[in-house]
Design a protein around this ligand. Structure first.
Ligand SMILES: [Fe+2]
Ligand SMILES: [Fe+2]
Length: 291
């Protein structure tokens, strides 16, 4: 069996994400869904409720009186924030993996993913896009393919490195050349397996090469730009930092000014620190996939 087939088999044997994840994603993607709906979904999952309340009561938000229900929390901090914490909490255990081949500790992979999610969300807000919840999630899971590909990357480490150096290819191009598949494609397969929306699957699949998408959306351009920027800012470099190819067409389509980028970077720095605190001691056991 070739490497591509082995990876494919591995991905399809992954446990699926709890159905609550899809329900949360469909609510956030539905502009007609009521704010209270998100609380109604979360409240039936005690562990997830505990995580969201813990985050809501963290020092970051500084409420004088702690909140004791999801409804109360969503009134104070808003549906979008509740959604972000809930989805991050459900994805956390999947991204909390030592991606050996990529030279990324579990903490670095999580930090990079969260930084890209926050940066993407900020760009979405600045560009006044409506679906920033979906863009945040796309950013959060863009490198999810690494959790399935890191063993193979580790095994062929020297050859991959040589291809990057001698052929001047980016790391994911070297993956494709040697392994027949890259982590973006593996990630898209995982997202399909998890029944994520086509918009999120496309973000993952084209996060290194937006020009390849049949329909280039702002969400794809944004996550690509956010990923590139997070690399430059040093949010989780690892092996992927080698020969990172930035898509100039994406940058011109987004037309982000220097000021916009600087604002987004400083906002991300602040939020990242606070969010890291929330996840610093392990979140309560939630229904997410564990391996
Ligand atoms: Fe990537
Ligand atoms: Fe990335």
């Amino acid at each position: 069996m070739n490497i591509r087939d082995q990876i494919f088999e591995k991905v399809t044997s992954f446990p699926t994400l709890p159905t609550i994840t899809q329900r949360l994603l469909s609510i956030i993607e539905d502009p007609n869904a009521a704010d209270a709906e998100i609380g109604r979904v979360i409240q039936y999952d005690p562990a997830l409720t505990a995580n969201v309340l813990k985050a809501a009561n963290s020092a970051f938000l500084g409420f004088s009186k702690p909140v004791s229900s999801i409804t109360e929390a969503s009134v104070r901090v808003g549906k979008k924030w509740i959604f972000q914490i809930a989805v991050s909490s459900l994805i956390y255990s999947n991204l909390n993996v030592f991606a050996k081949g990529y030279e990324l500790t579990a903490e670095q992979l999580w930090r990079h993913s969260m930084a890209v999610a926050l940066m993407s969300e900020n760009f979405g807000k600045i560009l006044r896009l409506g679906d920033t919840g979906m863009i945040f999630t796309g950013g959060l899971v863009h490198d999810i393919g690494k959790i399935a590909l890191h063993d193979a990357v580790d095994e062929y480490y020297d050859q991959l490195q040589e291809i990057v150096d001698t052929d001047e290819l980016s790391f994911e191009e070297a993956e494709r050349k040697l392994l027949g598949i890259d982590h973006a494609e593996v990630g898209a397969l995982i997202a399909e397996h998890w029944k994520f929306s086509p918009a999120i699957i496309d973000i993952i699949r084209w996060h290194h090469y937006p020009q390849g998408a049949e329909q280039i959306t702002s969400a794809i351009d944004i996550v690509h730009a956010a990923d590139a920027l997070c690399m430059m800012e040093g949010f989780g470099l690892g092996k992927e930092g080698l020969q990172y190819h930035v898509c100039q067409e994406s940058l011109s389509r987004l037309d982000l000014t220097k000021e916009t980028v600087e604002t987004a970077v400083s906002r991300v720095m602040d939020s990242l620190e606070n969010i890291e605190d929330m996840f610093s001691d392990k979140p309560a056991e939630c229904a997410a996939v564990r391996r």
